[in-house]
Design a protein around this ligand. Structure first.
Ligand SMILES: Nc1nc2c(ncn2[C@@H]2O[C@H](COP(=O)(O)OP(=O)(O)O)[C@@H](O)[C@H]2O)c(=O)[nH]1
Ligand SMILES: [Mg+2]
Length: 173
């Protein structure tokens, strides 16, 4: 059925403890693991999914979120096709840092195209919080997903979003 394979480098960016690694592990293993060490540097994993005649292969760069915005990360962002910016409902700082993360990536890859980026507000299971109120007050110009890694299919939802978006990219629209 596969007629063509498409490869995308997808970079997970955002503050530490916003759920980047949990989401990826849930997707790859099917289980939510609540206790693991902070990501050191970057972990790279592959996830493939069939979309009609396309086999969409994501190489996911799950970056550590240690709070420096120095040029150390440039190599992770370089040649990134897609970016997911994470923040979470239990951490106001992770929301206020969003603009800095987007600026950091923009400095390396140029303007952020809304088809290639998404902002994830994670931990929807926690309901309304100070961080979600702050998030609601922001004027975010990129698509937004409200997710909880604890809830079924939310990990897949992020990738479905990009599968859908890359349909347009691959047809040149
Ligand atoms: N309540 C809740 N906790 C979450 C969720 N996703 C991740 N966590 C917790 O957030 C913490 C940090 O997750 P982790 O994936 O290591 O964050 P990372 O530093 O962004 O990779 C862990 O203790 C997880 O158990 C979620 O959707 N809901
Ligand atoms: Mg991590």
């Amino acid at each position: 059925m596969t007629r063509r394979v498409e490869n995308y480098k997808l970079v997970f960016v955002g503050d530490s403890r916003s759920g980047k690694t949990c989401l990826l592990k849930k997707l790859l293993t099917g289980t939510f693991c609540c206790n693991h060490a902070p990501t050191d540097g970057v972990d790279v994993h592959t996830y493939e999914t069939q979309d009609g005649e396309r086999l969409v292969r994501f190489t996911v760069w799950d970056t550590g979120g240690a709070s420096d915005f120095t040029g150390m990360r440039d190599g992770y962002y370089l040649n990134g096709d897609l970016f997911a910016f994470f923040c979470s409902r239990d951490d106001t700082q992770s929301v206020s840092n969003l603009s800095q993360w987007t600026r950091d990536v923009r400095r390396v890859v140029g303007d952020l195209c809304p088809s290639r980026c998404v902002v994830v507000l994670n931990k929807k299971d926690l309901g309304d919080t100070q961080a979600s109120a702050l998030f609601a007050s922001l004027r975010i110009k990129l698509p937004v997903l409200h997710l909880s890694v604890l809830e079924p299919h939310n990990d897949v939802a992020l990738f479905s979003h990009f599968v859908h978006r890359t349909r347009r990219l691959s047809s040149g629209q």
